[in-house]
Design a protein around this ligand. Structure first.
Ligand code: GLP
Length: 252
């Protein structure tokens, strides 16, 4: 398995790549719903999936794609973080996808950034259980950090890790500080699905746009799978594809 390279689909623009991924999601929803089942989709935040969510909203508006029978699980959430705060991933998801579709608020899940410290372990175990109860994730959408992180699984995250509280690398806090006033306002911790949570998804699509992602895409695809570059561990998944633009593919 790890001898096989991750398939990389290269598009001229993020929009074209996002349209392709939106089609895959739309087909999955229709296929599951036709079989009387709900589609279970793992979602990511950050700048990368914004164009994907715009395409999904378009499919909802123009083609009537319904999210009524869709369950979603987000990868991560800062800790601590109020759900209604401008930088919360709840807020992000509501703004870019949920409020613009017919998804039932009971059907989308994100880690709770307000859970008291002493209840985090239990909350994380429940998050894993909810995913299992839904039948597992049919398709997980991922972005990638400049240091190779997936979700908030920073370099060194164990392959067997599950949903848990993690400490963010300073480089990650700097990379994400543009969403906040300044770095001191970026939380130092987050709750994230683990590497094993992600690897259990039946299918994975990692998206990346732009020149700054080119070096880490090269390492993830062509480097040896290592916990030091968490995305490289996806080489061990049998149904994972990278969808990138020409800039992100430029070092392959
Ligand atoms: C964030 C998120 C990740 C995301 C990554 C890349 O911190 N926790 O899920 O994939 O970093 O972000 P961006 O898409 O803005 O480059």
């Amino acid at each position: 398995d790890s001898l096989e390279k991750i398939p990389v689909k290269i598009f001229k623009t993020p929009k074209e790549g996002s349209q392709q991924v939106a089609r895959i999601i739309s087909d999955l929803i229709k296929e599951k719903n036709a079989a009387g089942k709900k589609a279970v989709i793992g979602l990511a935040t950050g700048s990368t999936p914004k164009s994907l969510y715009a395409e999904l909203v378009k499919l909802h508006q123009d083609e009537g794609l319904s999210f009524k029978n869709v369950i979603t699980f987000n990868l991560d959430q800062y800790y601590p973080m109020e759900p209604d705060a401008l930088n919360s991933y709840h807020y992000f998801m509501r703004k870019y996808l949920f409020e613009q579709t017919d998804i039932d608020p009971e059907n989308y899940f994100l880690p709770n950034g307000l859970i008291p410290k002493e209840k985090i372990k239990e909350h994380c175990a429940q998050y894993e259980q909810k995913i299992a109860d839904a039948g597992g994730i049919d398709l997980q959408i991922l972005g990638i950090g400049n240091n190779g992180h997936i979700g908030f699984n920073e370099p060194g995250s164990p392959v067997y890790s599950k949903t848990r509280l993690v400490t963010l690398e300073n480089s990650t806090r700097i990379a994400n500080s543009h969403e906040f006033g300044n770095i001191s306002q970026v939380p130092r911790m987050a709750i994230t699905m683990g590497i094993s949570t992600i690897m259990k998804s039946h299918r994975i699509i990692l998206m990346a746009w732009g020149k700054t992602k080119a070096p880490v895409i090269q390492k993830a695809v062509e480097g040896k799978p290592t916990e030091e570059v968490p995305a490289s561990l996806l080489q061990n998944h049998d149904n994972c594809t990278f969808v990138v633009d020409e800039f992100a593919a430029s070092e392959l």
